[in-house]
Design a protein around this ligand. Structure first.
Ligand code: URA
Length: 211
């Protein structure tokens, strides 16, 4: 597993406003959107491309196009939905699949309650959107799901990550797949409720209000 912490002053600025408990939902949503676009720029550094011929008003030349098959963007419901537009702004031709995952409160394992993905992901580059990499269980389940369907490589974009979750993820994935995590910051730790510290609280609640 590779880890890329996107180190940029604009990312750090936006993240700090997101962390602030006084930031209300409308501003929070807007900032998540902007932050994801910046993270997406970093996360797509290895997106597959091919060379194409193009005729400019002046001459013929060779340029670059995204290659087929198109990348697949997979927001994990619910909070990952708040990251979708920020991602597709940079990758408008990507296909979008959805995974609904929640924690089984007895076993603490992630269970999949919704799945809208193509059956065969052979050769596909997948970009998973999950704002908070806390224990890592949800992301492990999502990445395993995609790799089992044949995904070629998986990049997860997270606003924040905890060291505990990164370790668990690294051990769980091992060398079974080509996996990259792109995040704005790695925080200190998880608290006893598995919240990231200092974190930004419950990302889903802050995006959409408490349900
Ligand atoms: N999910 C969140 O929304 N926040 C955390 O801190 C951990 C998991």
């Amino acid at each position: 597993m590779r880890l890329h912490v996107a180190d940029h002053p604009l990312i750090a600025h936006k993240l700090t406003v997101l962390r602030d408990e006084r930031t209300e939902s409308p501003t929070f949503r807007l900032l998540v959107d902007e932050l994801v676009t910046l993270l997406a720029y970093e996360a797509t550094r290895d997106v597959r491309v091919e060379q194409v011929e193009v005729t400019t008003p002046v001459a013929e030349t060779v340029g670059t196009h995204l290659a087929s098959p198109r990348p697949l963007v997979v927001p994990i419901l619910r909070a990952g939905l708040g990251m979708l537009e920020g991602m597709t702004r940079l990758l408008p031709t990507a296909e979008v699949g959805f995974l609904g995952m929640q924690r089984d409160e007895q076993t603490l394992e992630a269970i999949t309650y919704a799945n809208r993905l193509p059956d065969d992901l052979s050769g596909r580059q997948c970009y998973v959107l999950d704002p908070m990499l806390a224990t890592g269980h949800t992301l492990i389940a999502a990445i395993n799901f995609l790799l089992e369907k044949g995904a070629r490589d998986v990049t997860a974009i997270c606003l924040l990550a905890a060291p505990e979750g990164l370790r668990t993820l690294d051990e769980a994935i091992g060398d079974r797949g080509d996996v990259t995590i792109v995040t704005a910051a790695v925080d200190e730790r998880l608290n006893e409720h598995s919240y990231i510290v200092p974190g930004l609280g419950d990302a889903g609640d802050r995006l959409y209000g408490v349900v």
